[in-house]
Design a protein around this ligand. Sequence first.
Ligand code: ADP
Ligand code: MG
Length: 240
Amino acid sequence: MIEIQAITRVHHRGDTEVPALRGVTCSIPEGRFTFIVGPSGSGKSSLLYLIGALDQPSGGDIVVAGRSLAGMSASQRDEYRRNEVGFIFQSFNLLRNLDCVDNVLVPWLPGGVSPARRAEACQMLGRVGLTDRLSHRPGQLSGGEQQRVAIARALLKQPRLVLADEPTGELDSRTGAEIFGWLRELHRDQGTTVVVVTHDLSYIEPGDNIIRLRDGLVIDGGTEYTGGPLTADGVPATAD
Ligand code: ADP
Ligand code: MG
């Protein structure tokens, strides 16, 4: 369970304060496939980064499986981020000068990589269909292939939590569907909690949990999608 408690986040742009999150309280059940939806600028990415401890809130706290992120030391937060959370970004976030295998191994490079870990990385790349791309660099791969490398990297940790920010934002719809297929498989096989920020509501399936933000506030703290058309805001069209 991820409990988001009265989270605020004020960004600073020059002298201007930009309140990205203005007191967000909601919870994300463990093991659910959850979408965070809302208009551009509503605070979706800000919230996702806070859940992953890539950023720190201006106020409030996030409690993940009973542990307060605010209560952790910087090194405990590093460990949480490195060991427990898999990140998938819109822009893939691969290192250009590393091949696929090393890109998958990035989180482990500082501590040294055992041969067994390297073999696992190759295996994971095979699992996402990249067996014949192991020594390719990101520039030699398509967008969909790059995102699969990022997914293999996220999966190698066997994290309890995967956070994806617009993972299909730079992909065509067919490739996007394929990427969601991998996320769904991971969710099914490992029971991973998956939290996805997207503006493409077509990827939402019955049983998914939908959280809606607007202007830095929660307007729906979690509704199970039961099927049928959604409005542009992610609301079941028949609900009103
Ligand atoms: P979303 O992902 O829903 O589009 P964001 O969380 O990226 O929303 O942004 C919420 C608000 O915070 C927007 O007004 C955005 O311009 C602002 N913002 C986000 N990140 C920064 C930053 N690093 N510096 C300044 N303002 C930011
Ligand atoms: Mg965003």
